[in-house]
Design a protein around this ligand. Structure first.
Ligand SMILES: NC(=O)c1ccc[n+]([C@@H]2O[C@H](COP(=O)([O-])OP(=O)(O)OC[C@H]3O[C@@H](n4cnc5c(N)ncnc54)[C@H](OP(=O)(O)O)[C@@H]3O)[C@@H](O)[C@H]2O)c1
Length: 282
């Protein structure tokens, strides 16, 4: 029997590290902690080994075609398939960042949206029956964050394709260069835009899995809570372990679950991405 395999992107710290830890404790199979920086990734693996856990390490930079292709080939050669994929890697510029908005827009969307798309394109063909994919979104990724009604309707449409969505995100990057993104319906927050796109993509991905010959593949997006990590400059109330709770719940959804293509809050409650107001607390 082939071993079951789980992969977490951006696993060297924060919520990703806590997800790897939780998987090592509960997943019946091999867990890959991946990181863009080899030294940081190896150090994180060593930390978990001190706790008696056995994650494996592989380098993975979600923005780098050759890194992603190398990893895909490795998983394919060694394991022949994949059972859990947690798309956790992301960046957020600080509120006081001096980087121009145009740069923040292109970098944030490059990592948080196009990086996730790249990983999914490479690894989705390896997913086996009953695979679980978890896309880390945010409270900032709810559709209500979008200001323009027309943009909202496009993002919510059941006929939106991945190509359409990627074009919408390229248009945002271009508009941000000339500070005209608000005219397209976006707010002044590119992190939020990238996470709305991740949640919109999740719905598209699930529609494709529903038509797939492979059985019962579930992909969901999740708000992990406001978590004390480098991303929040440690100014948040939840621990990374608590932040890992809902992502782990989604990684372990039982066979033939009906929780598919959903937007899930940190307390494991499903929130209607289009119609519900944002629940509290964050
Ligand atoms: N913390 C919160 O309150 C909160 C709230 C809502 C959603 N989230 C989401 O939860 C996820 C984890 O956030 P966090 O708070 O744990 O953030 P974090 O502490 O900043 O960790 C982010 C991780 O992503 C990695 N990463 C960044 N760019 C990458 C790339 N190009 N390739 C591979 N890995 C990359 C980082 O690696 P390096 O160490 O090399 O930078 C790091 O391991 C993110 O998707 C975030 O948007 C967090």
């Amino acid at each position: 029997m082939m071993s079951r395999v789980a992969v977490v992107t951006g696993g060297n710290k924060g919520i990703g590290f806590a997800i790897v830890k939780g998987l090592c404790e509960q997943f019946d199979g091999i867990v890959y902690l991946t990181a863009r920086n080899e030294a940081k990734g190896q150090a994180a693996v060593e930390e978990l080994k001190k706790l008696g856990l056995q994650p494996r390490f592989h380098q993975l930079d979600v923005t780098d075609d050759s890194s992603v292709d190398t990893f895909k080939q490795y998983i394919s050669d060694i394991h022949g398939g994949l059972d859990v994929l947690v798309n956790n890697a992301a960046i957020a510029f600080k509120h006081n960042s001096l980087d121009p908005f145009s740069y923040q827009a292109s970098e944030t969307i490059k990592v948080n949206y196009f990086g996730l798309v790249r990983v999914c394109k490479a690894l989705f063909p390896l997913l086996r029956d009953h695979a679980r994919v978890v896309n880390l979104s945010s409270s900032a990724g709810h559709l209500s964050r979008i200001q323009g009604d027309e943009l909202k309707a496009r993002l919510a449409s059941l006929t939106l394709t991945e190509d359409d969505l990627s074009q919408i995100m390229r248009d945002l990057i271009n508009a941000a260069q000339t500070n005209t993104h608000r005219e397209l319906g976006w707010a002044n927050n590119v992190y939020s835009a990238s996470k709305v796109a991740v949640s919109a993509l999740t719905r598209i991905q699930q529609r494709a899995f529903d038509e797939d010959a492979r059985k019962d593949i579930a992909v969901n997006s999740v708000h992990p809570g406001l978590v004390e990590t480098d991303m929040t400059s440690h100014r948040a109330h939840l621990t990374p372990e608590r932040g890992a709770r809902a992502p782990l719940y989604l990684a372990f959804l039982t066979k033939n679950t009906n929780i598919k293509g959903k937007y899930v809050w940190h307390n494991n409650i499903i929130v209607d991405w289009i119609n519900d107001p944002l629940p509290g607390p964050y």
